[in-house]
Design a protein around this ligand. Sequence first.
Ligand code: AMP
Length: 215
Amino acid sequence: MILVLLGPPGAGKGTQAKGLEDRHAMVQLSTGDMLRAAVAAGTDLGLKAGAIMERGELVPDDLVIGLIAERIDADGASENFILDGFPRTIGQAEALDRLLEERKRTVDRVIVIAVDDDALVARIIGRFTCECGEGYHDVFKKPKVAGVCDRCGGTKFTRRPDDTEEVVRARLKAYYAQTVPLIGYYEQQGKVASVDGMAGIETVEKEIDEALKGV
Ligand code: AMP
């Protein structure tokens, strides 16, 4: 199965992708994570993408399409993928459709996680991640023992440099201008299900599992 998670920054796409990996045999492909890794490694791609990401704008389509193509091929054609943060423009969605068609595959379901704008900024500012990938929040999801990851027991946490109020506003602007049109694109293909991202994490998980039944 190939599942696309759509939603504004802070909607919980990453959290839900991790939950889907744990509950089902699925692999999360996050272009944001791949780009951050490229920035950390100082590769050519990282150098090109870093400054754009710091401003909260979208990196050029060809760069992210290349990343996704590589990973889909590397992880095997039979895998179940969760695409988290990709596609983000109509150009990326069209390129993805072509890429999958060449591999005799297709996007099976698109889940839109809807969240009120006001909640997004509060959700993003305050979030941090363990090096194992588990996400936390200063207010909404603290580790059970302060400073220790519930999942792996690790103590190294990081915060994203683009999780500041100013950059979040730019990321929201990019979402509404460039990514929201994808909802109509996938509705025309009859693939969209919406879930209420204002509900608790477990309720959203149940809604997503419901939307995947029969796919
Ligand atoms: P994310 O972790 O998905 O919030 O992505 C962080 C940043 O990486 C975004 O604000 C963009 O600058 C960049 N990025 C991630 N995925 C994409 C994409 N599919 N297209 C363009 N830029 C992206």
